[in-house]
Design a protein around this ligand. Structure first.
Ligand code: 5GP
Length: 208
C-alpha cells in the first residue's frame, strides 16, 4: 500500500451527510443549540453545514462563534510521554457576546471540530469554555443554570485518548461523531489541492 492509500479520504458530500445525520440526533435529544462554537480551522465548514440542518423553518440562524486552538508538543515535562499543550490563538469575546447575545449562561452550546484524535483539543475547549462561562456568571452574580455543552465531530478516531471529557461539565450535553474510524490520517476536502482526485479516492473508499 502506498502512503496515499493509507489515508482515509473524506469528501464534501460525506461531511455534509454526517452533519445532517448528527443534526437530526441533536434535535431529537438536546434540542436546537443556541450557539455553535467552531474550533478553527477544521470545525468551520462542518459548523456551517450543521447549522443548515439545525435551523427550523422561519427561525433565526444559530450564531457561530469561532475559537482558535493550536496543539504544541511540550518537550519540557521531563516525563516519558511527550505532552501536548494547547494554546488559544482565538477565543470568545464575552463582552461582545453579552452585548449582542445575552452571554452563554444557561445556553445550549454545541462545540464543533472535524476530528477527535487524542481528544486533547476537545478536552481543552470543553474545560476552558465551562470555566469561562462560570467565571462570567459569577461576575454577574448568577450561577451556571442549565448551561449545556455538547460536542460534534465529523470523525472520531478509535484509539486510546490522552484526555477524557468530563460529563459533569457537559450537564446533559451529548457527544456525537459522524463516524468512528481507524487510527489513520484523515484527509479532509478543504485541505486538498486536487479536489477531483481527492473525491475519487473518497468515493473508492465509500466515503462519499
Ligand atoms: P487532538 O487534540 O484530538 O489530538 O487533535 C485535534 C486536532 O489535530 C484536529 O482538530 C486536527 O486539526 C488535527 N488532526 C488530528 N488528526 C488529524 C487527521 O487525521 N487529519 C487531519 N486533517 N487533522 C488531524
Amino acid at each position: 500500500m502506498s502512503g496515499e492509500e493509507e489515508k482515509i479520504y473524506i469528501s464534501y458530500n460525506c461531511v455534509h451527510k454526517h452533519c445532517q445525520k448528527a443534526a437530526e440526533e441533536i434535535l431529537t435529544t438536546i434540542g436546537k443549540p443556541d450557539v455553535i462554537v467552531a474550533i478553527g480551522g477544521g470545525g468551520f465548514i462542518p459548523s456551517r453545514i450543521i447549522r443548515t440542518f439545525l435551523k427550523q423553518q422561519g427561525e433565526k440562524n444559530i450564531p457561530i462563534q469561532a475559537i482558535g486552538l493550536s496543539l504544541y508538543e511540550d518537550m519540557g515535562t521531563g516525563s516519558d510521554t511527550i505532552g501536548k499543550e494547547v494554546i488559544r490563538t482565538q477565543w470568545l469575546d464575552f463582552g461582545a457576546l453579552a452585548q449582542h447575545f445575552d452571554s452563554l449562561i444557561g445556553k445550549n452550546i454545541l462545540i464543533v471540530d472535524e476530528v477527535d484524535d487524542t481528544r486533547t483539543t476537545l478536552h481543552y475547549a470543553l474545560t476552558e469554555l465551562y470555566q469561562d462561562i462560570k467565571e462570567n456568571a459569577e461576575k454577574l452574580g448568577k450561577n451556571m443554570g442549565d448551561t449545556k455543552l455538547s460536542i460534534f465531530v465529523v470523525n472520531n478516531k478509535l484509539k486510546p485518548k490522552r484526555a477524557e471529557l468530563n460529563k459533569e461539565l457537559m450537564n446533559g450535553g451529548i457527544y456525537i461523531s459522524g463516524e468512528d474510524v481507524d487510527d489513520k490520517w484523515i484527509a479532509y476536502p478543504w485541505e486538498s489541492d486536487d479536489i477531483d482526485t481527492h473525491t475519487k479516492h473518497a468515493i473508492a473508499q465509500g466515503n462519499n
